[in-house]
Design a protein around this ligand. Structure first.
Ligand code: FAD
Length: 311
């Protein structure tokens, strides 16, 4: 039906999935197996990240192009400002437009010198994400632009005023959706929504959800990204360092707990950081009431490749 083609399943919820471009053939296989598994859930879009400092420029493009060619999913290409001139970035954007990409996640990016070091804009580049949003919308008004948001503030931001001013600038530049950095404490997200609303920010702020496949790794990444890990959350994974199968079950339960609580708070759209793995995210979506489009239905067919449809 029309609703499910627009990414709204019978559950009334919308989901999107984030992937990273694969480095090796084996990783490419894992990614595509995951995309095939998740596609029948009719996500609103699937996004593909851009490696730090633009290191995956070609691979991001290739992955997005393959999604466009072989599936009916709507890809969103991440793009960052770091380490490239305006002309180089514009060329990437034009390339996407030509390939048929109609959604870009516009970001500043982390310093090339590593997380935690001071960000230096490229001398001829776009300095902040808001500048990139302006440029994309000016060159290609047909391209939808999403941006980042931080329920716990960006690690570099001085205060809430700076943070909200920055998000507002991105909205004024033409962004129509914000996706948050992951968080584990839903109260912080709710408080952020209130602050954003009070600041006159009225685009959807979609929670970014990370299923915790490996707690130790996630905790390390969270520290760098400025996402707090509450003690009660850490306690759920305690003692499971060498017990991958229990960890997997606990991860599903913990993530389900988080998304159900968000649903109770009125959230109806989720962005999942999949790490290119389908199982946990598929299970959470199932619990949320999402079901694959029926095998004999138009939506299921449309999720398959043109080749498969013909054959
Ligand atoms: P911006 O929105 O530009 O803001 C960065 C900081 O600068 C904020 O603290 C802001 O308050 C401050 N600021 C902005 N303008 C001003 C101003 N005029 N004066 C003072 N302060 C200002 N990174 C990648 O490399 N590749 C990816 O694919 C990627 N995908 C991401 C997806 C999501 C959903 C999220 C949340 C993050 C992603 N990141 C990615 C990480 C992101 O690049 C980093 O968090 C980066 O440090 C900030 O980028 P931004 O777009 O959030 O920056």
């Amino acid at each position: 039906d029309r609703a499910s083609r627009n990414g709204v399943g019978a559950s009334g919820l919308k989901v999107s999935f984030e992937f990273f471009p694969p480095k090796t053939e084996a990783m490419e296989e894992t990614l595509w197996a995951s995309i095939e598994r998740l596609a029948p859930l009719s996500p609103s879009f699937v996004s593909v990240t851009y490696g730090a400092g633009g290191s995956t420029r070609e691979r991001t493009h290739a992955t997005v192009a393959r999604i466009l060619q072989e599936t009916s999913l709507k890809p969103a290409a991440h793009l960052t400002c770091v380490g490239a001139s305006k002309a180089e970035i514009d060329a990437v954007v034009d390339g996407y437009a030509e390939t048929g990409v109609r959604h870009i996640v516009a970001l500043r990016g982390d310093p090339i010198t590593g997380l935690g070091t001071v960000y230096q804009p490229h001398p001829d580049g776009y300095a902040q994400a808001s500048d990139l949003v302006t440029a994309i919308r000016r060159r290609h008004p047909e391209i939808e632009v999403s941006v980042s948001a931080y329920a716990e503030r960006h690690p570099e931001s001085r205060d809430w005023q700076t943070e909200l001013d920055n998000l507002k600038r991105k909205v004024d530049a033409g962004a129509t959706r914000a996706i948050t950095q992951f968080f584990f404490d839903n109260d912080l997200y709710s408080a952020f929504l209130d602050r954003a609303a009070a600041a006159g920010i009225n685009i959807p702020i979609v929670p970014g959800i990370v299923p915790v496949i490996n707690f130790t790794q996630t905790a390390k990444f969270a520290e760098k990204a400025g996402a707090s890990v509450p003690a009660w959350f850490a306690a759920r994974f305690e003692g499971l360092e060498d017990d991958a199968s229990t960890r997997q079950l606990v991860a599903a339960a913990v993530c389900a707990e988080q998304v159900f609580d968000l649903v109770d708070r009125g959230v109806n759209e989720f962005h999942f950081y999949t790490m290119n793995r389908a199982d946990l995210v598929y299970a959470i979506c199932h619990l949320l009431g999402m079901r694959p489009a029926k095998a004999d239905g138009v939506e299921a067919l449309s999720a398959l490749s043109p080749r498969e449809r013909v054959g």
